[in-house]
Design a binder for this molecule. Structure first.
Ligand code: NAP
Ligand code: G4F
Length: 355
């Protein structure tokens, strides 16, 4: 019997790599779309990849870009996957303020290019489509947020994601396509991009522990986020495409912490308790024992408009998908710190950076 097949855009990213691993474990043939980059971008998926000529390999990579509609048509025509997961995005909210047009081309029109490719190929009723929607779309809406909460986006990233969200619904309604939105709250882990706040913190704490860095510079410490573990969320994406009827789902833990709390927990992992002194841009995180300043505010990390508070209500996913996050907040922070200490030790051994 033929294996089920999936096409993943954004396969080199945090979620794409987790999803590819999960689908391969489930017996899928997995096709990933990878952009041409000047430096190697496949470190998260290298362990999954065997040479294409290697018989039995169920994982293939294809060069592509979601902004190239002809490329999307060509890939979908050749692969004819059972499922498409559109995870490709310019996924950094702050960067979207500096690159609003580009972020819209990728995050909004990228999704449309895929949906339209399935339609022009007349495959809209053969392929199930997952769109990586985001809790960032809720923006200024009061928490807890669920599938019925109004959207009040606060960034070019969120506005672009809303376009893709509504297009996904439109293809479901207009063409009877199995097309769904996973509205995912923040999810992290050891393979999270290094410029997102959680990984930036755990990388810095690991390097401070090893004497390779003196201080961590951050922006808004009061932002409240519902942080889960990425691999749990990738399983939820798959579950959404296995249902009898297409529906949109929120995935979240239901528990939230401020950036400041994340910093405190991360430093506790290396035995440091922080005292916070001063206010606003002058606030400092001081090592309670040594008196050393370990955290400072850098206004460059403030956003023109930020999202204050995201706390998800995953009740629908729990009732209909049987989905629940498996990994707790502190366990995830510990996992990230341990991995980043290992990484920093390897960097030091290779002479990549020193005290
Ligand atoms: P990520 O690590 O930044 O990965 C983004 C992926 O998209 C990378 O593989 C990137 O390729 C690829 N990409 C960017 N532009 C592309 C283009 N024009 N064509 C094809 N591929 C392109 O993001 P993530 O955390 O895994 O998130 C996955 C998706 O979920 C994103 O759509 C994100 O917006 C959404 N989301 C994430 C979260 C979260 O908390 N992680 C929450 C809600 C929604 P390169 O490796 O070449 O850069
Ligand atoms: O880690 P962040 O950059 O994630 P953000 O903006 O919540 O976006 C992430 O989650 C979304 C889901 O809600 C995804 F759709 C999106 O793709 C991405 O994965 O920032 C979290 C909070 C913000 O309020 C930010 O202002 O942390 C605050 N923050 C404080 N200092 C910082 C920093 N963020 C970053 N990146 N860097 C800082 O130094």
């Amino acid at each position: 019997m033929k294996n089920r097949s999936a096409l993943i855009t954004g396969v080199t990213g945090q979620d794409g790599a987790h999803l590819a691993e999960i689908l391969l474990e489930k017996g899928y043939e997995v096709h990933g779309v990878k952009r041409r980059t000047s430096t190697i971008s496949t470190t998260r998926i290298d362990h999954l990849y065997r040479e294409p000529q290697d018989e039995g390999s169920r994982f293939s990579l294809h060069y592509g870009d979601v902004t190239d509609s002809s490329n999307m048509i060509d890939l979908i025509r050749r692969i004819q996957p059972d499922e498409i997961y559109n995870l490709a995005a310019q996924s950094h909210v702050q960067v979207s303020f500096q690159t609003p047009v580009y972020s819209t081309q990728v995050n909004a029109l990228g999704a449309l290019n895929i949906l339209e490719a399935t339609r022009v190929l007349d495959l809209q009723n053969n392929i199930r489509f997952y769109q990586a929607s985001s809790s960032e779309m809720f923006g200024a809406s009061t928490p807890p947020q669920n599938e019925d909460t109004p959207f009040k986006p606060r960034s070019p990233y969120a506005v672009a994601k809303l376009y893709a969200y509504w297009m996904t619904i439109n293809y479901r309604e207009a063409y009877d396509m199995f097309a769904v939105n996973g509205i995912l709250f923040n999810h992290e882990g050891p393979t999270r991009g290094e410029t997102f706040v959680t990984r930036k913190i755990t990388r810095a704490v690991a390097r401070i522990f090893l004497g390779m860095q003196d201080c961590l510079y951050l922006g808004n410490l009061e932002a409240l986020r519902d942080w889960g573990y990425a691999r749990d969320y990738a399983e939820g994406m798959w579950l959404m495409l296995q249902q009898d009827t297409p529906r949109d789902y929120v995935l979240a833990t239901g528990e939230a912490h401020t950036v400041r709390e994340f910093v405190n927990v991360a430093f506790e992992e290396i035995g440091i308790r922080l005292n916070w002194e001063g206010i606003g841009e002058e606030e400092l995180g001081i090592d309670a024992r040594s008196g050393k300043c370990l955290v400072q505010i850098d206004p460059r990390y403030f956003r023109p408009t930020d999202v204050d508070s995201l706390i998800g209500d995953p009740a629908r996913a729990s009732a209909e998908l049987g989905w629940r996050h498996q990994t707790g907040f502190k366990e995830m922070v510990r996992m990230m710190i341990e991995t980043d200490i290992d990484l920093a030790q390897r960097e030091r051994a290779n002479g990549l950076s020193g005290p």
